[in-house]
Ligand binder design. Structure first.
Ligand SMILES: *[C@@H]1O[C@H](CO)[C@@H](O)[C@H](O)[C@H]1NC(C)=O
Ligand SMILES: *[C@@H]1O[C@H](CO)[C@@H](O)[C@H](O)[C@H]1NC(C)=O
Ligand SMILES: [Ca+2]
Ligand SMILES: [Ca+2]
Length: 211
């Protein structure tokens, strides 16, 4: 269950696939462009919006471009949660909005010995990635602080309800009290582990196995 994340209408493009067993595989990071100002750097748990192209290192073939595929929109994902290739989780930390990086990702941090679709087995991949925007992730400290209206470091049902209502309105959905209440109950069932009727900061930021 990903009750908070489901609100954020993510486009998940990669399925995480376990790679080979090379010792300490690394991603080569080259910064192609850095913006003049940088208010915030990407970190674990942030939501990132990126445009990207992916190439096979072997012969330079482009296997994907977000600029020409589907609706041609950049894509959102949460950094550091294995929602994308491990090479991305490692290679897109500490990045500024407006920055462009070239990542060289070994197969063990990409699609491994098996490959996938257009990706042949044991392929090293090259990504040209432009970071368009950084937002607070669904599990971030910042999101918790936003939700905790009375600053008592725990979330009441009312606070979660308020937050959901605002999120729905932000995404252009009419708030629906019945549905909202069902979601709140569902969230508390999953997140309020000690069943004290509040979601503590620890309960909130704890990364569940399913994430
Ligand atoms: C590059 O390699 C891929 C995978 O082996 C192959 O499908 C593709 O035809 C190659 N492209 C060129 C231009 O050689
Ligand atoms: C709210 O959601 C419930 C359950 O999905 C639905 O039955 C009801 O018609 C909705 N109410 C409004 C006002 O949209
Ligand atoms: Ca509170
Ligand atoms: Ca609790």
């Amino acid at each position: 269950m990903m009750p908070f994340s489901t609100l954020l209408i993510l486009s998940v493009i990669f399925v995480f696939v376990t790679g080979g067993k090379l010792p300490d595989p690394e991603v080569k990071i080259e910064v192609m462009h850095k913006p003049l100002t940088c208010q915030r750097k990407s970190k674990h748990g942030d939501m990132l919006l990126v445009h990207y192209e992916g190439f096979l290192e072997s012969n330079g073939t482009m296997f994907f471009s977000s600029r020409t595929s589907g609706d041609k929109n950049p894509v959102w994902f949460t950094l550091g949660t294995q929602e994308v290739l491990r090479g991305w989780d490692k290679g897109l930390q500490g990045m500024c909005a407006g920055e462009r990086r070239k990542l060289t990702v070994p197969p063990s941090l990409a699609y491994g010995k098996e490959g996938k679709g257009k990706i042949p087995p044991s392929s090293t991949l090259i990504f040209d990635i432009e970071l368009m925007e950084i937002r607070n992730g669904p599990r971030s400290h910042e999101t918790f602080r936003d939700m905790d209206l009375n600053d008592d470091w725990k979330l009441s049902k009312q606070e979660v309800k308020e937050y959901l209502k605002k999120e729905f309105e932000k995404h252009g959905y009419a708030p629906n009290d019945t549905e909202n209440q069902v979601m709140v109950d569902d969230i508390f069932k999953n997140e309020d582990e000690d069943e004290d009727g509040f979601i503590s900061a620890r309960e909130f930021t704890y990364i569940h196995d399913e994430l």
